[in-house]
Design a protein around this ligand. Structure first.
Ligand SMILES: Nc1ncnc2c1ncn2[C@@H]1O[C@H](COP(=O)(O)OP(=O)(O)OP(=O)(O)O)[C@@H](O)[C@H]1O
Ligand SMILES: [Mg+2]
Length: 212
């Protein structure tokens, strides 16, 4: 089920998603959409944040954890987010912007790791979530630039520190996936923030004019 009040921002770590999400919320407010809820996935409410902390904890030795177990944790967090936060918010008139969603799981746990059957991820998604954004914004960036950005101010988490090949597989999945879709805005994340914001602004304004 596609929902017209649901927007997702996708891209690899350090591509500028969280920064862009805040800009998008301000932009929507400026064009008269005052009720906007920003969430992140995994996470986004009390229980889902607990799961996020467990999955991304620096205290756990992940070489001893089954990848399928991590996949299910991602879905446990997402199911809780959809049922208890996103759907109730949309039902009470909110737009919801989500920093990552299902495609991140397909990209990271599916194509990045490349050990779990992607069909399994589709099955989980269709049976437990089955909720799709009307619009996805994809920040396309070179993995080298993204990693450099992140390392300039923090350590990488367990999922991020799996090598550059891992990130290249993810980017190549995203690019292929979005090439065939039309409900997507693709932004050049290599550009400086101001340019990225301006590009988004002009695309969002023309999109919202079209559907008014
Ligand atoms: N276009 C840009 N050019 C340069 N720096 C940027 C740009 N966009 C964001 N940044 C900076 O890069 C850093 C990472 O950005 P941000 O946290 O938004 O990325 P992210 O995709 O949300 O990363 P993560 O996946 O780790 O959550 C921040 O310090 C942010 O200010
Ligand atoms: Mg972020």
């Amino acid at each position: 089920m596609y929902n017209k009040n649901f927007i997702v921002v996708e891209g690899i770590d350090g591509s500028g998603k969280s920064t862009l999400c805040h800009f998008l919320v301000d932009l929507l407010n400026c064009i008269g959409i005052k009720k906007v809820l920003l969430v992140r996935d995994p996470g986004g409410n009390y229980f889902s944040e607990k799961i996020r902390n467990l999955v991304l904890s620096s205290k756990i030795n992940y070489s001893n954890v089954s990848k399928k177990s991590i996949l299910l944790m991602m879905y446990a967090s997402r199911i809780q987010l959809i049922e208890k936060t996103i759907i109730p918010a949309i039902n009470s008139g909110y737009y919801v912007v989500s920093d990552r969603f299902h495609l991140s799981t397909l990209a990271y746990q599916g194509y990045g790791w490349n050990v779990i059957d992607k069909k399994l991820i589709y099955i989980l998604n269709e049976n437990f979530v089955n909720f799709y954004p009307y619009l996805t914004i994809y920040l396309d960036i070179s993995p080298l630039i993204a990693i450099k950005r992140l390392l300039s101010f923090r350590k990488l988490d367990f999922i991020e520190s799996q090598g550059i090949g891992f990130l290249y597989r993810i980017v190549s999945f995203y690019r292929k996936y979005f090439r065939k879709r039309n409900n997507v805005i693709i932004l050049n994340g290599n550009l400086d923030k101001k340019k990225v914001f301006l590009e988004l602004k002009s695309k969002i304004l023309s999109l919202f004019k079209k559907y008014k």
